[in-house]
Design a protein around this ligand. Structure first.
Ligand SMILES: Cc1ncc(COP(=O)(O)O)c(C=O)c1O
Length: 399
């Protein structure tokens, strides 16, 4: 951000911001007008509660239950334990604060959401990557070996949670299939370990054309015996500036502890922003907004992807997959090409006026230095194409 302010000509493919041009101004205006026109006391301008506005919680819980009809048996717990936070980031923090002490260990996906990894570092908690097979999928057998090794080395008592971003992930844009999620549960079960799982579904609704079919840990039988915390957000699919996230927890005691800490943070998300979103959801405004942004992000992804191809990045040995949702392209450079924060490539990109997120920030351990996250959320199409060209020109010069 500081670099951007110093040089307004810099084009940022780094910030995970959403698209300004499609933000839902009219829907927010309509919701505010409806609230202001209500008769009676304006309770939406009053403090709310720790767990969040009942009306918004109900609407979001019903939306989740409609997405996962198999949840029927647990539906009442899902509804009762539904909560609202200041973005899902706050919920991640509350969970880690409650579950972990310095020196503890959390299993994370590989790569993983770098702000979560930074948070672990800040709390003195170690990240340990879920092992992958040669196809890049979670490897259950290798995980069993990792867990057995942790038992032998005495680390097992410090393992406190599992975390993964499972739909159109940040940064990889990858989605986990049910087999992969189940492989994690089976490996833990085989080793006799029951720790809470945090499923981060921040981008679940941000598919371009088809939703990812995998059920969440909430309805997969393999996870039934584990405390499950499911987190998502309205920032990505609706308005990041309202900063409202949500989640539900199958473990009432865990939720109670999180809400206790939450009371120390802020005792509740702003009632007014929650009331706006409640009105928007009741009016069908979230689905209308999704119908606008899904094709818009598809188009933006195609523009950046197309610019990288056209400028010849694959010929330089770089590889990436075309995502089916989310805000990111996850690029793998040739093994010996250094993209790290202090690399010549990173400096040359800044000089050429383009920013990216070095992939090295996105790994909990055994950190490779040849990955890059590009975000196409915020720039317009013309700038995306120009940023792509600048990026490839530098990659070519340093190849
Ligand atoms: C994977 C993931 N989880 C959680 C968050 C937090 O989002 P928010 O706090 O805006 O809901 C983000 C934001 O970029 C994210 O990428």
């Amino acid at each position: 951000m500081a670099l951007m302010l110093e040089n307004p000509k810099l084009l940022s493919l780094a910030a995970g911001f959403t698209d300004n041009r499609t933000l839902p101004v009219a829907a927010v205006q309509a919701a505010v007008e409806k609230l202001a026109a209500q008769s009676g006391e304006p309770q939406y301008l009053q403090y709310g509660t720790n767990q969040g506005r009942p009306g918004l919680r109900t609407l979001l819980a019903e939306r989740l239950l409609a997405q996962e009809p198999e949840l029927k048996g647990d539906a009442d717990t899902i509804r009762h334990n539904f909560f609202i936070t200041n973005g899902s980031q706050q919920a991640l923090y509350l969970a880690m604060q409650v579950l972990c002490d310095p020196g503890d260990i959390v299993l994370v996906d590989r790569p993983s959401y770098f702000v979560f990894l930074e948070m672990l570092t800040g709390l003195g908690v170690q990240a340990r990557s879920l092992p992958l097979d040669s196809a890049g999928r979670v490897d259950g057998e290798a995980l069993r070996l990792l867990l057995a090794g942790m038992r032998t080395s005495g680390e097992m008592t410090r393992l406190k949670a599992v975390y993964f971003v499972s739909y159109f992930a940040n940064p990889s844009a990858r989605s986990l299939d049910e087999e992969e999620k189940n492989a994690v549960a089976k490996a833990l079960t085989a080793e006799g370990i029951v720790v809470p799982v945090l499923e981060d579904a921040a981008y679940r609704e941000l598919y371009y054309e088809t939703p990812h079919p995998a059920r969440s840990v909430l309805s997969l039988p393999e996870w039934a015996e584990f405390p499950r915390l499911y987190l998502s957000t309205l920032t990505k699919p609706f308005a990041s500036g309202l900063k409202v996230g949500y989640g539900t927890c199958t473990d009432t005691a865990l939720l109670a502890k999180m809400m206790h800490v939450r009371g120390h943070h802020d005792f509740g998300t702003a009632n007014f922003t929650q009331a706006i979103l409640e009105q928007v959801l009741a009016d069908g405004g979230l689905d209308k907004q999704l119908a606008v942004i899904r094709p818009a992000y598809l188009r933006k992804m195609q523009v950046l992807h197309g610019a990288l191809i056209e400028a010849g990045l694959p010929e330089l040995g770089w590889r990436w997959k075309v995502p089916g949702g989310g805000l990111y392209l996850w690029l793998e450079a040739p093994a010996d090409f250094d993209t790290g924060l202090d690399s010549a490539f990173c400096r040359a990109c800044v000089e050429a006026g383009v920013l990216y997120v070095p992939g090295e920030l996105c790994f909990g351990d055994a950190v490779p230095r040849n990955f890059v996250r590009l975000s196409f959320g915020v720039l317009g199409e013309k700038d995306l194409a120009e940023a792509g060209r600048r990026f490839v020109a530098v990659a070519r010069r340093l190849a």
